[in-house]
Each structure stands twice: as C-alpha cells, then as structure tokens.
Design a binder for this molecule. Structure first.
Ligand SMILES: O=C(O)Cc1cc(O)ccc1O
Ligand SMILES: [Fe+2]
Length: 453
C-alpha cells in the first residue's frame, strides 16, 4: 500500500512545465493519495458526505466479479461526478486512427515489412490528430487484439480531453517529452521510458519538448501485467518498484472544453464547461504508471545458445489461453553477449505470433543497417525472417569474446493475432520497398561435404 498526502492542489499556475508533483513506486499496488489533507475517506468508500463536498465515484477496470488477485478498481473523490461531464455525443472523424477489424482490401499484409521513421511535417498535431495507425489485429468489439500506432505530436491539447473506452495504451516515446495530465495525476515521459494509460482514464497530453514521436500499442484485451518469472525467481527483468504511479493532482478550472471518447473504434465528442481532471483524492489499484526501461534487468544465456525472445518480456497482456499472450512487450536493450560456439543474433524463424518491432535508439543486432531509430518492422504470423546477410556473415565468423551490445534499444509488440497494415502504413508511411532484398544474397554453402563452412 502506498499512501501519499500532497500539501497543495495542482493548479496550472502551481505546476509550471518541468515541475512534477511526484510518483509512488509499485506495479498494481493498492495506492492511496490525496491532494488536500483529509480528502480521502478512511475505512470506507462511500460516506454519506465526503469531505470538501467531493463526490465519490468508482472506476472499474475489471468486472466487479473478477478474481480477487485480478480485480482492479479505483475510488475517486472529485469535484463533480464524471456523468456531469457528458452532454450529447457527436461523432467525429480521426481518419488516421484505425481500429480492428480493419482490413483494407487494397493492402497486402502478408509480407516482411520495414519502415523508416515517419517524418514530422509542418502540420500542428495533437495526441489525437497526430496518431497514425500502422497495424490492427483482433477485434476491438470483442476486446481481443491490438493496434500499433506511431504518434507525431507538436501541439499540446488545450481545454481538450480524451479517453479510450476501447483500450489500454502502452506509450513508447522515441523523440521529445510528453506530459500526460490524467484524472489520477501527472505522468511525464521521455525516450527510454514507457507510460501505461488504463482504459477509461481521462487525460490530456502536453508537449514538454517537441516535436514528439513514438510508438503506441493499443491493447484491446486484458491489461498488461508483469510476466511470471518462473525459475528466474523473485528478481530481475522488470521489478515492481521501478514502476511509478502519479500522486493525486487536480484542476479546479471552469472553461469550456471538449471531451473526445474512443468507443468501439469510433470517436465521439462532447462539450463541458470545466476541466474534468478534478479528482482531489483517490485510492485503488487501477491507475496509470510509467517505467524507466533502463531499469530493466536482462537475463540471458551465459554459456551457449540464443534463448527465445520471451526472456526479455517486460509486460504481458494475457489472452485467456494460458501461456499465449494477447500481447507481449519485449525489450532488446544493452547487454553482454557471452555465449560460446553460438550463433549469437536471433536465429532464422517462423512464428505463430506476429512481431511488430520498433527501434528507440541505436543498432539492432539482427539488422545492423536499415532498421533505424524511429523505424518499425513487421514480421507477421508464420512469415520467415531472421538476420540479414551482413549480420549472418558477421556473427558466424566472429571471434566469440564476451561482447557488450552497446547503444541499442529496440522493442517488440508480439501478438497472437495477425496484424493488418493500414492504408497509411502501406501507402503513406516510408515503407522500405527493398526490405526483403536484405536476405537476397544469402548464399548456399552446402556442397554435400561435411564440416563447418
Ligand atoms: O525477429 C526478431 O528480430 C525478434 C526476435 C529476437 C530474438 O532474439 C529471437 C527471436 C525473435 O523473433
Ligand atoms: Fe522474430
């Protein structure tokens, strides 16, 4: 249990860019935090009257009846109940933010694909208008699968708020700093960090330094969790204490504002007369968090062979089939390679899962060239891939001393569902037409005689 009492409310004036009210450590903890002393009811959730004239409201992230170790909900004590925020909804179009099922008949998703970084343009883009869907998988209506997006953000949301009823968002910045000002507090993220924004949580996004670009995994299914470590034990990989959840912070601001809601793949808007970020105190285990990827402690092979990449899982979102994730978030970061008599980079393979990768910085060992920071690749269900010719020749002839893989941070969103390219990914984003040529000149070495070649 984390308990936090902050001395003063968060108002815009009290939080100039760059200062931050603070975080509480832990993943999935039962947190409690109040921005005004005594705002949080003690020993009960629904007193007849809440201190300061606040309204109590529950945000349920799992079914009321979910098993107790999976049950997630947060009690909010707010200036107005959320329902006061919604008037009539109107549909709006955000043409670049797509949801599954979205199969463009003119696009071929079967293939090995790689993209250069999607460039910034002169357009002023917010978190909403700057979201560019690359792939979709599964079905948003049945709450399975995911979408992958690139965001290009140059402009803060002003008097404009958003929540996704469809999904939890895993945000992986690659350039620029963003601030997520949420109902439950403020999260600042920079490259090498990630943020998790739960389904249904309302927020706006400000640009602390831009232009900002990054990757988003939109998870339609069950929430991301930490993987079981099995025989690895109680430590290493991602440790719970390195996740940070913001302390309560609120705005008491009366201005006409817009709330946008993503619901069943469609976007809707409603107008309100105040900031909806008015939660003065909260307690519960359904909350946003951030995580510094440089605190990820990689565990790997220390004698021979290359383990499956699941060894580098940071977070896993279950699919309902035990051991088979809806999505795994996997991190390839700096580490030592020490394996003896081993082809050290990723092996050639075909996978029932679909692998969407992004490069945060540096060089990836299986693809020393062409997969560059800000770039993405897709190796879809059962499509063969592996090291390019250069990586293969380099690794199979290398003197196998212990070697530090430095200056490298890439990740994978790996889903059990095939990923479908959007029209944007196929036609507008900088697709590398020659990507599959990287395996072209891999030569036949077999000549019928034994011995290593
Ligand atoms: O394809 C990739 O580069 C990702 C990957 C990395 C690895 O170390 C093993 C398998 C795998 O799919
Ligand atoms: Fe792979």
């Amino acid at each position: 249990m984390n308990r936090h009492v902050s001395p003063s409310p968060l108002t815009q004036a009290a939080t100039p860019m760059g200062t931050h009210p603070g975080y509480m450590p832990g993943f999935g903890n039962d947190f409690e935090t109040e921005a005004l002393p005594g705002a949080l009811p003690q020993g009960m959730n629904s007193p007849q009257k809440v201190n300061y004239g606040l309204y109590g409201e529950q945000l349920s992230g799992t079914a009321f009846t979910a098993l107790s170790h999976q049950n997630e909900r947060t009690w909010c004590y707010r200036i107005r109940p959320s329902v006061k925020h919604s008037h009539r909804y109107t549909k709006i179009d955000l043409p670049y933010w797509k949801s599954a099922p979205h199969v463009d008949p003119d696009v071929i998703s079967l293939g090995q694909y790689r993209w250069d970084p999607v460039p910034h343009s002169d357009a002023a883009l917010t978190w909403l208008t700057g979201m560019r869907t690359m792939t979709t998988a599964g079905d948003v209506n049945t709450q399975v699968g995911m979408a992958s997006h690139i965001y290009l953000v140059t402009q803060s949301m002003v008097d404009s708020y958003f929540y996704s009823a469809d999904s939890e968002l895993l945000v992986v910045p690659q350039e620029g700093h963003l601030r997520f000002i949420t109902e439950l507090g403020v999260i600042d993220v920079a490259p090498q960090e990630i943020a998790i924004i739960p389904r249904g949580l309302l927020y706006r996004v400000e640009v602390l330094s831009g232009p900002a670009r990054g990757f988003v995994c939109e998870n339609y299914g069950q929430k991301f969790d930490l993987p079981g470590r099995g025989p690895i034990g109680a430590n290493c990989m991602a440790n719970r204490r390195d996740f940070k959840t913001p302390v309560a912070a609120f705005e008491d601001r009366e201005t006409s504002s817009t709330v946008t809601i993503k619901w069943c793949g469609q976007f809707h808007e409603t107008k309100i007369g105040h900031s909806p970020l008015d939660v003065v105190a909260w307690h519960g285990n359904y909350a946003p968090c951030k995580y510094d990827l440089t605190t990820y402690c990689p565990v790997g092979s220390i004698l021979f062979d290359h383990p499956d990449p699941s060894i580098f899982t940071v977070l896993t979102a279950p699919s309902g089939v035990e051991g088979t994730a809806n999505i795994d978030f996997v991190l390839f970061r700096e580490r030592w390679m020490v394996a003896e008599d081993t082809f050290r980079p990723p092996w050639y393979h075909k996978n029932i899962m679909s692998e969407l990768m992004g490069n945060i910085y540096g060089q990836y060992d299986a693809k020393p060239k062409g997969f560059i920071p800000g770039g993405m690749s897709l190796h879809n269900m059962m499509l063969p891939h592996g090291p390019d010719k250069n990586a293969f020749e380099g690794a199979s002839n290398a003197d196998l001393q212990p070697q530090k893989l430095d200056n490298t941070m890439s990740f994978m969103f790996e889903t059990r569902f095939p990923q479908h390219l959007t029209g944007f990914a196929a036609n507008e984003a900088p697709l590398q037409d020659d990507y599959i040529d990287c395996w072209d000149d891999i030569e036949k070495k077999f000549d019928g005689t034994p011995g290593k070649k």
